[in-house]
Design a protein around this ligand. Structure first.
Ligand code: SIN
Length: 261
């Protein structure tokens, strides 16, 4: 850890960590990564070409139990490592061109995702992140108080039945480690705010989606082969750019669920 260099990437969120070899991290270093995530929300670690499936799983498990997705293909070697693939003739991205955090339809929700870049287009395919804790801070005190009393239903699209496909969470959730409140709604999985009428819910959600993704809260990550990006799903939303038709993009992701208690 002493030889790590931490460089903030934007005023809003994100830090680049140099000097880390994720494949060789010990418990103290994994704890330090958790502390850095609490502070910066998104960590970019380049040059991790040697990260094996076992290393990826071990780093992921340090943040919580790994989620095995019931509907999305994993790599053949392990069911908890998802394939994030867009083929040259695919028109949609993995995230479906929606700002989201991963697995908000589970309870407990996702804590941390760790994405490893394997194949990339020559240009494009960047990922945007926005800081939803900062977005909460920028609301007026009255709106902060009101949204803190509300809850929202999150559902995996078109799959209301099945393992872990629906959950209810506070609209502004308290992070269990930092104690900081962050907006916790996204257009990929939220179907409505429970305590409001449909039209009221739609209007408030539209406002919150626009508010939490304004440029001041964002960072844009340009990928390199072998790069790993870790993010906290409880304090960020992300959006994968769909701007590289005719090229393949393949990354591998593990997502750890929040620990209870
Ligand atoms: C994801 O939504 O987890 C994938 C993000 C990306 O493809 O950049």
């Amino acid at each position: 850890m002493n030889d790590w260099t931490v460089t903030p990437l934007a005023a809003s969120l994100g830090a680049r960590i140099d000097g880390v070899r994720l494949a060789e991290t010990d418990d103290a270093e994994l704890g330090a990564l958790q502390d850095l995530l609490n502070e910066h929300h998104v960590l970019v670690v380049s040059g991790q070409d040697e990260l094996s499936v076992a290393d990826h799983l071990r780093v992921g498990e340090s943040f919580g139990d790994l989620y095995v997705h019931p509907f999305i293909d994993a790599i053949p070697e392990h069911p908890a490592i998802l394939q994030v693939i867009k083929e040259p003739d695919d028109t949609e991205t993995f995230g479906g061109e929606l700002w989201h955090c991963d697995l908000s339809f589970t309870s407990p929700p996702a804590a941390v995702s760790i994405l490893h870049a394997c194949e990339l287009p020559p240009i494009g395919g960047d990922t945007l992140f926005a800081n939803t804790a900062l977005a909460f801070d920028w609301l007026s005190p009255r709106l902060q108080a009101w949204v803190s009393e509300l809850t929202a239903t999150h559902v995996y699209p078109e799959r209301e039945e099945g393992p872990s496909t629906a959950a209810t969470h506070p609209v502004a959730r308290i992070h269990p480690r930092s104690g900081r409140r962050a907006l916790f709604v996204n257009p990929a999985f939220v179907t409505r705010i429970v305590e409001l009428e449909r039209e009221e819910s739609d209007t408030l959600l539209s406002f919150l989606y626009a508010h939490q993704t304004q440029p001041e809260f964002q960072i844009r990550i340009r990928w390199e082969i072998g790069q790993v990006v870790l993010w906290d799903n409880r304090t960020t939303v992300h959006y994968a750019m769909n701007d590289y038709p005719g090229h393949r993009r393949r990354l591998q992701r593990v997502t750890a669920l929040e620990r209870r208690g």
